[in-house]
Ligand binder design. Structure first.
Ligand code: HEC
Length: 184
């Protein structure tokens, strides 16, 4: 069964309405993102809770789910697909659920792997060109050329993988869209 992390949630629902439908009916009535009906191939189906919950209970549950999952409803198509790509190739294992803050990383700049937003991100990534460079090369020339930054880049326990040759241009563009959306 999928966890409530934003990454997994992104695979299963598109809008807040669909979150409600999952809880009430065990699957969204409005169909999947591409319009086909939902089918469950697992042995255990999600139970339907519609005769057990008041409207108030449902509101509370949805609010709780949104807080825990980091899931934002009504994500546009490009960023949605970008998050899907990032989920599939494993970015969130290091950068945290939805890219919101990562795992400890001894010897690195901050002692942990940085999120895709906030002050740390602004220091590490100054433009979309640098964002692409990070993903393709696992680091950027601006930091490699700086002796102090280089010390941390080389010494950190976990290294960012270089994805050049492992992802398509399309996948790269989608992930750049996702990071841009996340930061807005
Ligand atoms: C094995 C762990 C690992 C994986 C997997 C990984 N990264 Fe990283 N990433 C790092 C480390 C370490 C850094 C160095 C800077 C730091 O500590 O945040 C980094 C830096 C970055 C940066 C610079 C800004 C920031 O937030 O640190 C971006 C952007 C980035 N990675 C994107 C990605 C994307 C996109 C993916 C998936 C395609 C990905 N990373 C997968 C470990 C990882």
């Amino acid at each position: 069964m999928p966890g409530w992390g934003g990454a997994a949630a992104a695979m299963y629902m598109k809008s807040e309405e669909q979150i409600r439908e999952w809880i009430l009916y065990g699957a969204p009535r409005s169909g999947s993102r591409d319009g086909t009906a939902w089918t469950t191939d697992g042995l255990v189906e999600m139970p339907a809770y519609h005769d057990l919950l008041s409207n108030r209970d449902l509101d509370d549950l949805v609010a709780y789910f949104l807080a825990v999952s980091g899931w934002a409803p009504e994500i546009p198509d490009g960023p949605f697909e970008g998050r899907r790509v990032a989920t599939r190739i494993g970015c969130f294992g290091c950068h945290g659920p939805s890219g919101m803050g990562g795992v400890p990383n001894p010897g690195s700049f901050k002692g942990h792997i940085s999120p895709w937003d906030g002050e740390e991100f602004r220091e590490l990534v100054r433009s979309d060109a640098e964002l692409r460079e990070w993903i393709l090369d696992g680091s950027i020339a601006r930091l490699r050329d700086n002796p102090l930054a280089r010390y941390f880049l080389d010494g950190q326990k976990t290294q960012m993988p270089a994805y050049r040759g492992h992802i398509s241009n399309e996948e790269l563009n989608l992930m750049v869209q996702y990071v841009g959306w996340l930061r807005r």
